[in-house]
Design a protein around this ligand. Structure first.
Ligand SMILES: [Zn+2]
Length: 183
């Protein structure tokens, strides 16, 4: 598979996911807010809670997609899509092969993945990485974060500094022992 074909495929997948999470975050803003989600402003109790993280994640997704849709419209001389995120994502999905070959496209999968991560943490705060404390590896100094698993990745504890410091769930007892020995 050529490099740009793989990238186009990745971009299509991430566009689908980003559009889905954009909608999910939108539901949080529609008053149907899950308990304990986001930062709730100190407003009178009668006011609807407003999930700032979800709103920000949505607006970042939309600006990113608009920015790339504009590049496609101008350089390929095609008509512009609707400005809703679902329309933008579908439009960019159609042009994913072209986008993947664009000189500025190398960072696009990473940028989309970070939009996905941000929107996912806004929509599902329980999936946010939890800090466990200092890394147990000698001289490392990184922080240990517990990541909830997903369909693609199992849950694991990882180090903020060294990607080699990773503990899968079957190693957690051993890790806990090492944390205990340290203190
Ligand atoms: Zn470490």
């Amino acid at each position: 598979m050529r490099k740009t074909e793989g990238r186009a495929e990745k971009i299509r997948e991430l566009l689908d996911e980003v559009a889905r999470l954009h909608e999910q975050c939108g539901r949080l803003l529609g008053g149907n807010v899950r308990p304990g989600v986001g930062k709730i402003a100190k407003t009178p109790p009668a006011a609807a809670p407003f999930n700032i993280e979800a709103a920000e994640a949505r607006s970042k997704i939309q600006s990113f997609l608009i920015q790339w849709a504009r590049v496609v419209v101008v350089q390929r001389r095609v008509s512009a899509p609707r400005c809703e995120v679902s329309g933008l994502a579908a439009f960019l999905g159609t042009h994913a092969a072209w986008v993947a070959g664009h000189p500025a496209a190398e960072a696009v999968p990473d940028q989309l993945a970070s939009l996905v991560a941000r929107a996912r943490y806004a929509a599902f705060p329980e999936e946010r990485p939890q800090s466990i404390g200092r890394c147990v590896e000698p001289g490392c100094g990184g922080r240990l974060l517990r990541r909830a698993g997903s369909d693609q990745e199992p849950a694991q504890i990882e180090c903020s500094r060294d990607p080699g410091h990773v503990w899968r769930s079957h190693e957690w007892l051993d890790l806990r022992r090492r944390i205990g020995q340290r203190s």
